[in-house]
Ligand binder design. Structure first.
Ligand code: FES
Length: 122
C-alpha cells in the first residue's frame, strides 16, 4: 500500500524533535482524524537553516512531515512557501488515495511556521 520512500521516512524519520528558541513555530491539526503536526524553524538571512517536527499522527503524516523538513532545509522562506502538499506527496512517490488527506498537515504546518516567523520579524 505504501511506497518504499514512505516506509523509509516512516521507519526512519528525519529531523524529529523541537528547536529551543525557534524563530518560527507552526501547528496544524487535521480535522478529519484529529492528528496534529508542529514545525519549528531556525532562519538566517531569510534562509531556513534548521527545521524539526513533532507529529502526533499516522504513518503517512509522519512520512510527509519528515519529507517536508528535508525539502524545506536550506530553502529561502519564499521558496519554502511554494512547497505544496501535493509536491510533498509526490516526493514520496505518492500516497494511497485514502491517505492523501494526511499530506495536508506537512506543507500547511511549514507555511504556518513561516507566517509565524514573518509576524515576529516584520
Ligand atoms: Fe490523520 Fe493520517 S490519519 S494524518
Amino acid at each position: 500500500m505504501y511506497t518504499d520512500k514512505v516506509m523509509d521516512h516512516f521507519s526512519n524519520p528525519r529531523n524529529v524533535g523541537e528547536i529551543d528558541g525557534a524563530d518560527g513555530v507552526g501547528e496544524v491539526g487535521n480535522a478529519s482524524c484529529g492528528d496534529i503536526m508542529k514545525i519549528f524553524l531556525k532562519v538566517e538571512n531569510d534562509v531556513i537553516t534548521d527545521v524539526k517536527f513533532k507529529t502526533f499522527g499516522c504513518g503517512a503524516a509522519i512520512a510527509t512531515s519528515s519529507m517536508v523538513t528535508e525539502m524545506a532545509m536550506g530553502k529561502t522562506l519564499d521558496e519554502a512557501l511554494e512547497l505544496s502538499n501535493a509536491a510533498v506527496a509526490e516526493a514520496l512517490d505518492g500516497l494511497p488515495a485514502q491517505k492523501m488527506h494526511c499530506s495536508n498537515l506537512a506543507a500547511d504546518a511549514l507555511h504556518e511556521a513561516i507566517k509565524d516567523y514573518k509576524a515576529k520579524h516584520p
